[in-house]
Design a protein. Structure first.
Length: 182
């Protein structure tokens, strides 16, 4: 199988099921951003400070592939068999958030992203996750989208924020509060 098919040379791509749509279609933007997020999670997984979270981040990447596959399937297509998101996928993230928060100081201010390159990678992933969430919500205003997809992305961005704080603490990096000018 060749990587290039030449079928997209005129600006269209096929959904699972065969329907061709513009590469600028909201559905393509949504699952393309999920794919971008997955790459950022891979970058996070590659950080030495996340060795202990390797399996968690692989699990997240797997769920993102599931989520992207669902979004890439034409609405109403029941012939394509796909893995599904489940409520336990959201509970998994919530449990990881709760576990990390137990050892973190309570927040008193918003936090400026940064302090260490690995932490910055986490903040970038969080921002891409929020963008993916917004694009999926936009898609849901035009077509049916499983509510668990939106819920998962929302919880994943929370997980990534708490992970950035946990990484900051573990790396003994500075956590810079945002103090608005008066």
């Amino acid at each position: 199988m060749k990587v290039y098919t030449k079928t997209g040379d005129k600006g269209t791509t096929a959904l699972f099921g065969g329907t061709r749509v513009s590469k600028s279609h909201d559905r393509i933007n949504a699952y393309g951003t999920v794919d971008e997020l997955n790459s950022h999670i891979g970058l996070l997984r590659d950080q030495e400070c996340n060795e202990s979270r390797h399996d968690v981040l692989v699990e997240v990447q797997d769920r993102l592939f599931t989520l992207g596959s669902i979004l890439a399937t034409e609405p109403g297509n029941t012939k394509v068999k796909l893995p599904q998101l489940e409520e336990k996928d959201i509970t998994f993230l919530e449990d990881k958030i709760d576990g990390m928060e137990q050892s973190l100081e309570p927040m008193k201010n918003f936090i400026l992203p940064g302090g260490h390159q690995s932490v910055s990678f986490c903040h970038i992933a969080r921002c891409v996750c929020r963008r993916a969430e917004r694009l999926v919500i936009l898609l849901s205003e035009q077509a049916e989208v499983d509510d668990l997809i939106i819920k998962y992305l929302n919880r994943l961005s929370d997980y990534l924020f708490v992970l950035s704080r946990k990484m900051t603490a573990e790396l003994k990096a500075p956590e810079t509060p945002w103090i608005p000018r008066k």
